[in-house]
Design a protein around this ligand. Structure first.
Ligand code: UD1
Length: 419
């Protein structure tokens, strides 16, 4: 596995076309299982998590073909209902297959997702909702054995927290359940609406996605359909930050600025010029980034937890002290120790990071601790003086479609190491 080598200090300029959203393509690929025919999904980013989803679909008996950014899934014959532990471990979000597999086969056997790099990631909300829909769940030897003996039935569900993954699993299970389902306090993220749009095209009847109450009227069967994945708002935020810290000017194409209001607002607060025009946004950086007194991660439309590490990296070179409060995950600051290797001055306590902006960072050897934490290191390295080496880049490849090529295209001195 190679590392990423960056010689910092180059001013970035040019255009970047934003990849399809990781957090949309994974549930949509899982949803293709529910469709009795062939689904054609466009704008699929080239990510290791997408490759893992395809492996899971093939393991379950689907025929999958990939041509450029289009994946065709023929789910006419589904032969399995288990997801091997190895594939579950490759991709934590494989838990989103749970609702789809039960919806299609009436059974699912998956290994328990357990803890991960962001701290414990419980799935109690997913499981209790499925139980309400007629699923019996037995936990044995680290495996979850789920059976809907009398079929799935619609239910009224109130989520104690608007969990993105739980909302997706309930939508998937409810789409072809008998009767109607209502989700109260549902997640409102744009990726939920993308999943609902895909399923509705395939014949589902899902209303209210994007709001906190979603109604799903179960239909007998779904057919294959064609769908284009929405742009990735977190990848967009990452590339905007790369421009912002290097004194650059980048135009991002194929974006959905309306999905990024809180992110765009934060860039403006930092003193960046942000001009949206249709599906493009141009970001211009100021002489010196301004501090932001407090940024808090919240559920959509609040500031996304996934953009937290990106904001922290940016604020580490701002003109004063900023505070970032992580409200979604318990253990999301592991990357901070790596950022400190660049000379960033950050103190964390519990869910709070206090970032004292420094004039300049210096090149460092570091390791990605998780996907977005890895992106934070790329941002730091781009503005640091001298050479940086980032290891464990498999984390970054889970969510960014060839980040090296993309950043090279706008003038970064970035390469894979040769050994
Ligand atoms: C989260 C993010 C999502 C992001 C994704 C990928 C939020 C609300 N969700 O989604 O935007 O795209 O990570 O990084 O920002 N929880 C439980 N029990 C459950 C499910 C969740 O207690 O059954 C808790 C989690 O521990 C966490 C919070 O709810 O504290 C958010 O979880 P959830 O939205 O489900 O996470 P993801 O679906 O992974």
């Amino acid at each position: 596995m190679s590392d990423i080598i960056i010689n910092g200090g180059r001013r970035l300029s040019g255009e970047i076309s934003i990849q399809g959203a990781k957090n949309s393509v994974l549930p949509v690929l899982a949803a293709t299982l529910l469709c009795g025919g062939e689904s054609v999904i466009h704008n699929c980013p080239g990510l290791s998590d997408v490759a893992t989803s395809v492996k899971i679909l093939k393991h379950l008996g689907c025929r999958c073909e990939k041509e450029n950014n289009t994946i065709t899934v023929d789910a006419g014959e589904v032969s399995g209902c288990d997801i091997p532990d190895k594939l579950m471990r490759e991709m934590r979000s494989s838990v989103v297959f749970l609702g789809a597999v039960i919806g299609r086969t009436g059974r699912a056997v998956i290994s328990s997702p357990g803890g991960c790099e962001l701290g414990p990631r419980p799935i109690d909300l997913h499981l209790s909702a499925l139980e309400r829909m007629g699923v019996t769940i037995r936990e044995e030897h680290g495996y979850l054995n789920c059976t809907a003996e009398n079929g799935l039935r619609g239910a009224e569900i109130h989520l104690g927290f608007p969990s993105v993954g739980a909302t997706e699993n309930i939508i998937l299970a409810a789409a072809t359940a008998e009767g109607d389902t209502v989700i109260h306090n549902a997640a409102k993220e744009p990726e939920i609406s993308d999943l609902a749009d895909f399923l509705n095209r395939a014949g589902a009847r899902i209303y209210g996605s994007g709001s906190d109450t979603i109604n799903i009227y179960g239909v007998e069967h779904l057919g294959g359909t064609e769908h284009t994945i929405i742009p990735d708002r977190i990848a967009a935020a990452t590339y905007m930050a790369c421009a912002a810290v290097t004194g650059g000017r980048i135009t991002l194409e194929n974006m959905m600025p309306s999905h990024m209001v809180s992110i765009l607002w934060s860039f403006k607060e930092c003193g960046c010029g942000v001009v949206s025009c249709g599906k493009s946004v141009t970001v211009t950086s100021p002489e010196r980034l301004r501090r932001i007194p407090t940024v808090r991660s919240l559920v959509y439309p609040g500031f996304p937890t996934d953009a937290g590490p990106i904001a922290v990296a940016m604020l580490s070179v701002a003109d004063g002290t900023s505070v970032f409060v992580e409200n979604i995950f318990e253990n999301r600051f592991r990357y901070v120790d790596e950022l400190k290797r660049f000379g960033a001055k950050i103190k964390t306590e519990g869910k709070t990071a206090v970032i004292e902006g420094v004039n300049r960072l210096s090149g460092a050897e570091c390791k990605a601790t998780d996907l977005r934490g890895g992106a934070a290191l790329v941002i730091a390295a781009l503005c640091a003086e001298g050479e940086s080496r980032i290891g464990e880049i498999h984390h970054i490849e889970r969510g960014y479609d060839d980040i090296v090529k993309t950043l090279k295209g706008v003038g970064a001195d970035i390469n894979y190491s040769r050994e």
